[in-house]
Design a protein around this ligand. Sequence first.
Ligand code: HEM
Length: 401
Amino acid sequence: MSTTTDWAADFDILDPRYILDPASIWSQLRGVCPVAQTTRYGRTWMPVEYEVIAKIAHDVEHFSSRDIAVITPNRELDPTATIMLEAPPITSDPPVHTWARRLLLPAFGPSAIDAVTPVTRDVANGLIDGVIERGEADAASDYAQHVPVRVIAQMLGVPLDDEETFTRWAVVILQEGLTNINHAIGSVMELITYFGERAAERRAVPPGERPADLLTLLVEAEVDGEPLTDRHVIGSCFLLLLAGIDTTWSAIGSSLWHLAANPEDQARLRAEPELMTTAVEEFLRFYSPVTMARYVPEDIDFEGCPMRKGDKVLMTFPAGNRDPKMFEDADKFVIDRARNRHFAFGSGIHRCLGSNLARMELRVALEEWLRRVPTFELADPDAVVWTGGQVRGPRRLPVRW
Ligand code: HEM
Protein backbone atom coordinates (compact mmCIF):
# COMPACT_ATOMS: atom_id res chain seq x y z
CA MET A 1 0.00 0.00 0.00
CA SER A 2 1.38 3.40 -1.03
CA THR A 3 2.11 5.91 1.70
CA THR A 4 3.23 8.88 -0.35
CA THR A 5 3.03 12.24 1.39
CA ASP A 6 4.95 14.26 -1.20
CA TRP A 7 3.24 14.22 -4.57
CA ALA A 8 5.88 16.51 -6.14
CA ALA A 9 8.90 14.34 -5.32
CA ASP A 10 7.41 10.90 -4.71
CA PHE A 11 4.17 10.56 -6.67
CA ASP A 12 2.53 7.17 -7.07
CA ILE A 13 -0.02 6.71 -9.82
CA LEU A 14 -1.15 3.44 -8.25
CA ASP A 15 -2.00 5.13 -4.95
CA PRO A 16 -5.76 4.62 -4.38
CA ARG A 17 -6.11 8.36 -3.74
CA TYR A 18 -4.68 9.08 -7.22
CA ILE A 19 -6.87 6.45 -8.87
CA LEU A 20 -10.00 7.85 -7.21
CA ASP A 21 -9.36 11.58 -7.66
CA PRO A 22 -6.27 12.43 -9.74
CA ALA A 23 -7.58 15.91 -10.63
CA SER A 24 -7.16 17.29 -7.12
CA ILE A 25 -3.54 16.06 -7.07
CA TRP A 26 -2.77 17.68 -10.46
CA SER A 27 -4.34 20.89 -9.25
CA GLN A 28 -2.22 20.85 -6.08
CA LEU A 29 0.92 20.17 -8.17
CA ARG A 30 0.29 22.93 -10.72
CA GLY A 31 0.83 25.52 -8.00
CA VAL A 32 4.08 24.07 -6.66
CA CYS A 33 5.74 21.75 -9.18
CA PRO A 34 4.34 21.41 -12.69
CA VAL A 35 6.68 18.49 -13.44
CA ALA A 36 6.54 16.05 -10.51
CA GLN A 37 8.91 13.12 -10.12
CA THR A 38 9.23 9.77 -8.44
CA THR A 39 11.72 6.95 -8.16
CA ARG A 40 9.09 4.34 -7.50
CA TYR A 41 9.15 1.79 -10.35
CA GLY A 42 12.29 3.52 -11.76
CA ARG A 43 12.75 7.28 -12.16
CA THR A 44 9.71 8.88 -13.76
CA TRP A 45 8.59 12.46 -14.38
CA MET A 46 4.98 13.66 -14.47
CA PRO A 47 4.12 16.96 -16.17
CA VAL A 48 0.65 18.29 -15.39
CA GLU A 49 0.39 21.30 -17.74
CA TYR A 50 -1.10 21.14 -21.21
CA GLU A 51 1.64 23.06 -23.03
CA VAL A 52 4.47 21.02 -21.52
CA ILE A 53 2.79 17.70 -22.29
CA ALA A 54 2.12 18.81 -25.89
CA LYS A 55 5.74 19.90 -26.26
CA ILE A 56 7.01 16.48 -25.17
CA ALA A 57 4.52 14.67 -27.43
CA HIS A 58 5.88 16.60 -30.40
CA ASP A 59 9.57 16.13 -29.53
CA VAL A 60 10.11 12.59 -30.78
CA GLU A 61 13.87 13.06 -30.89
CA HIS A 62 14.28 13.50 -27.14
CA PHE A 63 11.26 11.47 -26.02
CA SER A 64 11.03 8.00 -27.52
CA SER A 65 8.02 5.70 -27.76
CA ARG A 66 10.15 2.55 -27.46
CA ASP A 67 8.56 2.04 -24.04
CA ILE A 68 5.13 3.59 -23.56
CA ALA A 69 4.14 1.66 -20.43
CA VAL A 70 3.52 4.02 -17.51
CA ILE A 71 5.19 1.45 -15.29
CA THR A 72 7.71 -1.01 -16.71
CA PRO A 73 7.86 -3.98 -14.36
CA ASN A 74 11.30 -4.71 -12.91
CA ARG A 75 12.80 -1.43 -14.18
CA GLU A 76 14.10 -0.51 -10.75
CA LEU A 77 16.01 -3.82 -10.78
CA ASP A 78 17.04 -3.66 -14.43
CA PRO A 79 17.13 -0.16 -15.99
CA THR A 80 17.34 -1.64 -19.49
CA ALA A 81 14.11 -3.58 -18.94
CA THR A 82 11.61 -2.64 -21.58
CA ILE A 83 8.18 -3.77 -22.65
CA MET A 84 7.77 -7.37 -23.66
CA LEU A 85 6.16 -7.00 -27.02
CA GLU A 86 6.61 -4.42 -29.76
CA ALA A 87 3.30 -3.01 -30.92
CA PRO A 88 3.91 -0.86 -34.02
CA PRO A 89 3.17 1.96 -34.61
CA ILE A 90 2.63 2.90 -30.96
CA THR A 91 6.01 1.57 -29.78
CA SER A 92 7.97 2.83 -32.82
CA ASP A 93 9.77 6.07 -33.50
CA PRO A 94 10.31 7.42 -37.02
CA PRO A 95 11.15 6.15 -39.58
CA VAL A 96 9.41 2.84 -38.75
CA HIS A 97 6.49 4.68 -37.17
CA THR A 98 5.77 6.59 -40.39
CA TRP A 99 5.08 3.59 -42.61
CA ALA A 100 3.67 1.36 -39.85
CA ARG A 101 0.99 3.99 -39.15
CA ARG A 102 0.37 4.90 -42.78
CA LEU A 103 -0.54 1.36 -43.74
CA LEU A 104 -3.25 1.20 -41.05
CA LEU A 105 -4.73 4.68 -41.51
CA PRO A 106 -7.30 3.93 -44.26
CA ALA A 107 -8.84 1.16 -42.15
CA PHE A 108 -9.81 3.75 -39.52
CA GLY A 109 -11.02 6.55 -41.80
CA PRO A 110 -14.60 7.86 -41.82
CA SER A 111 -15.98 5.40 -44.40
CA ALA A 112 -14.59 2.39 -42.51
CA ILE A 113 -16.21 3.72 -39.34
CA ASP A 114 -19.55 4.31 -41.09
CA ALA A 115 -19.45 0.63 -42.06
CA VAL A 116 -19.16 -0.57 -38.45
CA THR A 117 -21.65 1.91 -36.96
CA PRO A 118 -24.68 -0.41 -37.46
CA VAL A 119 -22.65 -3.29 -36.01
CA THR A 120 -21.97 -1.18 -32.91
CA ARG A 121 -25.66 -0.30 -32.58
CA ASP A 122 -26.59 -3.99 -32.77
CA VAL A 123 -23.98 -4.90 -30.15
CA ALA A 124 -25.28 -2.16 -27.82
CA ASN A 125 -28.89 -3.25 -28.26
CA GLY A 126 -28.10 -6.92 -27.73
CA LEU A 127 -26.45 -6.04 -24.43
CA ILE A 128 -29.35 -3.82 -23.34
CA ASP A 129 -31.82 -6.62 -24.22
CA GLY A 130 -30.02 -8.75 -21.66
CA VAL A 131 -30.54 -6.33 -18.75
CA ILE A 132 -33.50 -4.07 -19.51
CA GLU A 133 -36.14 -6.19 -17.73
CA ARG A 134 -34.03 -6.44 -14.59
CA GLY A 135 -34.24 -2.75 -13.71
CA GLU A 136 -30.59 -2.83 -12.72
CA ALA A 137 -27.24 -3.70 -14.23
CA ASP A 138 -23.54 -3.28 -13.86
CA ALA A 139 -23.08 -0.61 -16.52
CA ALA A 140 -19.36 -1.44 -16.71
CA SER A 141 -19.29 -5.24 -16.77
CA ASP A 142 -22.71 -5.88 -18.37
CA TYR A 143 -22.41 -3.12 -20.98
CA ALA A 144 -19.40 -0.82 -21.51
CA GLN A 145 -16.86 -3.64 -21.36
CA HIS A 146 -18.39 -5.59 -24.26
CA VAL A 147 -19.00 -2.90 -26.87
CA PRO A 148 -15.46 -2.11 -28.11
CA VAL A 149 -14.12 -5.68 -27.99
CA ARG A 150 -16.99 -7.03 -30.09
CA VAL A 151 -16.56 -4.30 -32.70
CA ILE A 152 -12.77 -4.55 -33.03
CA ALA A 153 -12.90 -8.38 -33.15
CA GLN A 154 -15.10 -8.05 -36.20
CA MET A 155 -12.82 -5.43 -37.79
CA LEU A 156 -9.75 -7.58 -37.18
CA GLY A 157 -11.41 -10.75 -38.42
CA VAL A 158 -11.04 -12.87 -35.28
CA PRO A 159 -13.83 -15.00 -33.77
CA LEU A 160 -16.21 -13.30 -31.39
CA ASP A 161 -16.31 -16.50 -29.36
CA ASP A 162 -12.84 -15.54 -28.11
CA GLU A 163 -14.13 -12.32 -26.51
CA GLU A 164 -13.45 -13.46 -22.95
CA THR A 165 -9.87 -14.32 -23.84
CA PHE A 166 -9.31 -10.90 -25.45
CA THR A 167 -10.72 -9.09 -22.42
CA ARG A 168 -8.61 -11.21 -20.07
CA TRP A 169 -5.48 -10.28 -22.08
CA ALA A 170 -6.38 -6.57 -21.87
CA VAL A 171 -6.79 -6.77 -18.10
CA VAL A 172 -3.81 -9.02 -17.38
CA ILE A 173 -1.31 -7.41 -19.76
CA LEU A 174 -2.29 -3.75 -19.64
CA GLN A 175 -3.47 -3.47 -16.04
CA GLU A 176 -2.20 -6.22 -13.75
CA GLY A 177 1.01 -6.64 -15.78
CA LEU A 178 2.21 -3.16 -14.79
CA THR A 179 3.27 -4.49 -11.41
CA ASN A 180 3.41 -8.23 -11.96
CA ILE A 181 5.35 -9.16 -15.05
CA ASN A 182 5.30 -12.89 -14.34
CA HIS A 183 1.54 -12.83 -14.32
CA ALA A 184 1.48 -11.05 -17.70
CA ILE A 185 4.08 -13.20 -19.45
CA GLY A 186 1.72 -16.16 -19.82
CA SER A 187 -0.89 -13.99 -21.53
CA VAL A 188 1.68 -12.39 -23.84
CA MET A 189 2.87 -15.84 -24.93
CA GLU A 190 -0.72 -16.96 -25.50
CA LEU A 191 -1.39 -13.86 -27.56
CA ILE A 192 1.72 -14.34 -29.71
CA THR A 193 0.72 -17.94 -30.46
CA TYR A 194 -2.89 -16.95 -31.12
CA PHE A 195 -2.13 -14.23 -33.66
CA GLY A 196 0.69 -16.28 -35.23
CA GLU A 197 -1.90 -18.98 -35.94
CA ARG A 198 -4.55 -16.55 -37.21
CA ALA A 199 -2.01 -14.93 -39.57
CA ALA A 200 -0.90 -18.36 -40.88
CA GLU A 201 -4.54 -19.39 -41.45
CA ARG A 202 -5.16 -16.18 -43.36
CA ARG A 203 -2.07 -16.62 -45.54
CA ALA A 204 -3.32 -20.12 -46.42
CA VAL A 205 -6.42 -18.59 -48.04
CA PRO A 206 -5.70 -17.70 -51.71
CA PRO A 207 -5.33 -13.94 -52.31
CA GLY A 208 -8.57 -12.57 -53.72
CA GLU A 209 -10.61 -14.93 -51.52
CA ARG A 210 -9.51 -13.39 -48.23
CA PRO A 211 -12.06 -11.38 -46.24
CA ALA A 212 -11.59 -7.59 -46.24
CA ASP A 213 -10.45 -7.14 -42.66
CA LEU A 214 -7.43 -5.90 -40.72
CA LEU A 215 -5.78 -9.30 -40.56
CA THR A 216 -5.81 -9.55 -44.35
CA LEU A 217 -4.53 -5.98 -44.61
CA LEU A 218 -1.56 -6.87 -42.40
CA VAL A 219 -0.68 -10.20 -44.06
CA GLU A 220 -0.86 -8.61 -47.52
CA ALA A 221 1.02 -5.39 -46.64
CA GLU A 222 4.45 -4.87 -48.16
CA VAL A 223 7.19 -2.44 -47.25
CA ASP A 224 9.90 -1.90 -49.86
CA GLY A 225 8.59 -4.94 -51.72
CA GLU A 226 8.86 -7.22 -48.66
CA PRO A 227 5.99 -8.59 -46.55
CA LEU A 228 5.83 -7.55 -42.89
CA THR A 229 7.63 -9.82 -40.45
CA ASP A 230 5.53 -12.08 -38.25
CA ARG A 231 6.73 -10.04 -35.30
CA HIS A 232 5.30 -6.88 -36.87
CA VAL A 233 1.98 -8.50 -37.85
CA ILE A 234 1.50 -9.99 -34.38
CA GLY A 235 2.54 -6.75 -32.65
CA SER A 236 0.08 -4.68 -34.70
CA CYS A 237 -2.72 -7.19 -34.04
CA PHE A 238 -1.90 -6.95 -30.33
CA LEU A 239 -2.10 -3.15 -30.50
CA LEU A 240 -5.29 -2.97 -32.56
CA LEU A 241 -7.06 -5.51 -30.40
CA LEU A 242 -6.01 -4.16 -27.02
CA ALA A 243 -5.69 -0.39 -27.70
CA GLY A 244 -9.40 -0.07 -28.18
CA ILE A 245 -10.69 -2.41 -25.47
CA ASP A 246 -10.12 -0.95 -22.03
CA THR A 247 -9.76 2.62 -23.34
CA THR A 248 -13.22 2.82 -24.89
CA TRP A 249 -14.73 0.59 -22.19
CA SER A 250 -13.42 3.17 -19.69
CA ALA A 251 -14.74 6.13 -21.69
CA ILE A 252 -18.23 4.61 -21.97
CA GLY A 253 -18.18 3.60 -18.29
CA SER A 254 -17.04 7.03 -17.04
CA SER A 255 -19.70 8.75 -19.13
CA LEU A 256 -22.44 6.50 -17.74
CA TRP A 257 -21.08 7.04 -14.23
CA HIS A 258 -21.31 10.78 -14.80
CA LEU A 259 -24.88 10.61 -16.07
CA ALA A 260 -25.94 8.37 -13.16
CA ALA A 261 -24.28 10.63 -10.59
CA ASN A 262 -25.40 13.93 -12.16
CA PRO A 263 -29.17 13.69 -12.83
CA GLU A 264 -29.34 17.25 -14.17
CA ASP A 265 -26.89 16.41 -16.98
CA GLN A 266 -28.73 13.17 -17.69
CA ALA A 267 -32.07 15.01 -17.92
CA ARG A 268 -30.56 17.68 -20.16
CA LEU A 269 -29.01 15.17 -22.57
CA ARG A 270 -32.32 13.32 -22.79
CA ALA A 271 -34.22 16.56 -23.42
CA GLU A 272 -31.66 17.99 -25.87
CA PRO A 273 -30.14 15.05 -27.77
CA GLU A 274 -28.45 17.53 -30.13
CA LEU A 275 -26.00 18.15 -27.26
CA MET A 276 -24.51 14.69 -27.79
CA THR A 277 -21.61 16.01 -29.90
CA THR A 278 -20.36 18.48 -27.29
CA ALA A 279 -21.19 16.03 -24.49
CA VAL A 280 -19.00 13.30 -26.03
CA GLU A 281 -16.06 15.73 -26.29
CA GLU A 282 -16.57 16.87 -22.71
CA PHE A 283 -16.75 13.26 -21.45
CA LEU A 284 -13.45 12.64 -23.26
CA ARG A 285 -11.83 15.76 -21.80
CA PHE A 286 -13.12 15.45 -18.26
CA TYR A 287 -12.68 11.69 -17.84
CA SER A 288 -9.72 11.20 -20.24
CA PRO A 289 -8.89 7.55 -19.70
CA VAL A 290 -5.40 7.23 -21.19
CA THR A 291 -1.97 8.14 -19.81
CA MET A 292 1.01 7.06 -21.91
CA ALA A 293 4.75 7.34 -21.30
CA ARG A 294 7.94 8.21 -23.13
CA TYR A 295 11.47 6.90 -22.69
CA VAL A 296 14.38 9.36 -22.37
CA PRO A 297 17.12 8.06 -24.74
CA GLU A 298 19.81 10.63 -23.80
CA ASP A 299 20.36 13.00 -20.85
CA ILE A 300 18.42 16.22 -21.30
CA ASP A 301 17.56 19.20 -19.14
CA PHE A 302 13.93 19.86 -19.86
CA GLU A 303 11.90 22.66 -18.27
CA GLY A 304 14.48 22.77 -15.47
CA CYS A 305 14.31 19.00 -14.91
CA PRO A 306 17.56 17.04 -15.17
CA MET A 307 16.22 14.04 -17.07
CA ARG A 308 18.66 11.17 -17.47
CA LYS A 309 18.96 8.38 -20.02
CA GLY A 310 16.52 5.62 -19.12
CA ASP A 311 14.09 7.90 -17.25
CA LYS A 312 10.43 7.77 -18.16
CA VAL A 313 8.10 10.72 -18.65
CA LEU A 314 4.36 10.30 -18.26
CA MET A 315 2.23 11.72 -21.03
CA THR A 316 -0.40 12.87 -18.60
CA PHE A 317 -2.99 13.85 -21.23
CA PRO A 318 -5.77 13.63 -18.61
CA ALA A 319 -3.96 16.24 -16.46
CA GLY A 320 -3.42 18.59 -19.43
CA ASN A 321 -7.14 18.35 -20.08
CA ARG A 322 -7.79 19.90 -16.66
CA ASP A 323 -5.25 22.72 -17.05
CA PRO A 324 -6.95 26.05 -16.21
CA LYS A 325 -4.53 27.86 -18.53
CA MET A 326 -6.09 25.93 -21.42
CA PHE A 327 -9.71 25.47 -20.35
CA GLU A 328 -12.07 27.85 -18.65
CA ASP A 329 -13.52 26.24 -15.49
CA ALA A 330 -11.27 23.28 -16.24
CA ASP A 331 -12.47 21.22 -13.26
CA LYS A 332 -16.12 21.78 -14.12
CA PHE A 333 -18.02 19.41 -16.44
CA VAL A 334 -19.78 21.62 -19.00
CA ILE A 335 -22.03 19.50 -21.21
CA ASP A 336 -22.29 22.16 -23.93
CA ARG A 337 -18.68 23.38 -23.76
CA ALA A 338 -18.20 25.11 -27.11
CA ARG A 339 -14.40 25.46 -27.21
CA ASN A 340 -12.83 22.17 -26.25
CA ARG A 341 -9.41 21.49 -27.73
CA HIS A 342 -8.75 18.49 -25.47
CA PHE A 343 -6.05 15.94 -26.22
CA ALA A 344 -7.62 12.80 -24.75
CA PHE A 345 -6.45 11.09 -27.95
CA GLY A 346 -2.89 12.40 -27.61
CA SER A 347 -1.00 14.88 -29.74
CA GLY A 348 1.66 14.71 -32.43
CA ILE A 349 2.63 11.72 -34.58
CA HIS A 350 1.14 9.09 -32.24
CA ARG A 351 -2.27 10.74 -31.98
CA CYS A 352 -4.85 7.99 -31.63
CA LEU A 353 -5.39 6.09 -34.85
CA GLY A 354 -8.72 4.81 -33.56
CA SER A 355 -10.20 8.18 -32.55
CA ASN A 356 -12.99 8.10 -35.17
CA LEU A 357 -13.89 4.59 -34.07
CA ALA A 358 -13.73 5.46 -30.36
CA ARG A 359 -15.89 8.57 -30.78
CA MET A 360 -18.47 6.61 -32.75
CA GLU A 361 -18.56 3.77 -30.19
CA LEU A 362 -18.93 6.19 -27.29
CA ARG A 363 -21.68 8.11 -29.02
CA VAL A 364 -23.63 5.03 -30.14
CA ALA A 365 -23.28 3.32 -26.74
CA LEU A 366 -24.67 6.43 -25.00
CA GLU A 367 -27.41 7.05 -27.56
CA GLU A 368 -28.75 3.50 -27.36
CA TRP A 369 -28.52 3.39 -23.56
CA LEU A 370 -30.39 6.70 -23.19
CA ARG A 371 -32.97 5.65 -25.78
CA ARG A 372 -33.81 2.33 -24.12
CA VAL A 373 -32.98 2.64 -20.44
CA PRO A 374 -35.23 4.98 -18.43
CA THR A 375 -33.72 7.53 -16.02
CA PHE A 376 -31.03 5.66 -14.10
CA GLU A 377 -28.97 6.29 -10.96
CA LEU A 378 -26.10 4.75 -9.04
CA ALA A 379 -27.48 1.74 -7.15
CA ASP A 380 -24.70 1.90 -4.56
CA PRO A 381 -22.11 4.68 -4.95
CA ASP A 382 -19.73 2.92 -2.54
CA ALA A 383 -19.69 -0.21 -4.69
CA VAL A 384 -18.23 1.60 -7.71
CA VAL A 385 -14.67 0.43 -8.42
CA TRP A 386 -12.26 2.50 -10.51
CA THR A 387 -9.09 1.22 -12.06
CA GLY A 388 -6.07 3.37 -12.89
CA GLY A 389 -2.51 3.33 -14.19
CA GLN A 390 -2.30 3.39 -17.99
CA VAL A 391 -6.08 3.55 -18.35
CA ARG A 392 -8.59 4.93 -15.85
CA GLY A 393 -12.25 4.03 -15.71
CA PRO A 394 -14.96 2.27 -13.69
CA ARG A 395 -14.78 -1.53 -13.58
CA ARG A 396 -17.81 -2.02 -11.30
CA LEU A 397 -20.71 0.33 -11.84
CA PRO A 398 -24.03 -0.87 -10.37
CA VAL A 399 -26.93 1.26 -11.63
CA ARG A 400 -30.73 0.95 -11.37
CA TRP A 401 -33.76 2.43 -13.12
C1 HEM B 1 -11.80 6.59 -25.84
C2 HEM B 1 -11.00 5.69 -26.36
C3 HEM B 1 -9.55 5.92 -26.69
C4 HEM B 1 -8.67 6.80 -26.14
C5 HEM B 1 -8.92 7.83 -25.05
C6 HEM B 1 -7.40 6.61 -26.82
C7 HEM B 1 -6.26 7.33 -26.55
C8 HEM B 1 -5.07 7.21 -27.24
C9 HEM B 1 -3.91 8.01 -26.99
C10 HEM B 1 -3.78 9.06 -25.89
C11 HEM B 1 -2.96 7.66 -27.90
C12 HEM B 1 -1.58 8.31 -28.05
C13 HEM B 1 -0.50 7.41 -27.58
C14 HEM B 1 0.84 8.11 -27.40
O1 HEM B 1 0.98 9.32 -27.54
O2 HEM B 1 1.80 7.37 -27.08
C15 HEM B 1 -3.52 6.60 -28.71
C16 HEM B 1 -2.87 5.96 -29.73
C17 HEM B 1 -3.40 4.91 -30.46
N1 HEM B 1 -4.70 4.42 -30.38
FE1 HEM B 1 -6.14 5.09 -29.14
N2 HEM B 1 -7.54 5.63 -27.76
C18 HEM B 1 -8.84 5.18 -27.72
C19 HEM B 1 -9.40 4.20 -28.51
C20 HEM B 1 -8.76 3.54 -29.52
C21 HEM B 1 -9.38 2.57 -30.39
C22 HEM B 1 -10.85 2.16 -30.38
C23 HEM B 1 -8.41 2.12 -31.21
C24 HEM B 1 -8.63 1.10 -32.29
C25 HEM B 1 -7.89 0.15 -32.60
C26 HEM B 1 -7.17 2.81 -30.88
C27 HEM B 1 -5.95 2.63 -31.50
C28 HEM B 1 -4.83 3.40 -31.27
C29 HEM B 1 -3.57 3.21 -31.98
C30 HEM B 1 -3.30 2.18 -33.06
C31 HEM B 1 -2.67 4.17 -31.48
C32 HEM B 1 -1.21 4.37 -31.88
C33 HEM B 1 -1.07 5.42 -32.95
C34 HEM B 1 0.37 5.72 -33.31
O3 HEM B 1 1.29 5.34 -32.56
O4 HEM B 1 0.60 6.31 -34.37
N3 HEM B 1 -7.43 3.67 -29.85
N4 HEM B 1 -4.82 6.36 -28.30
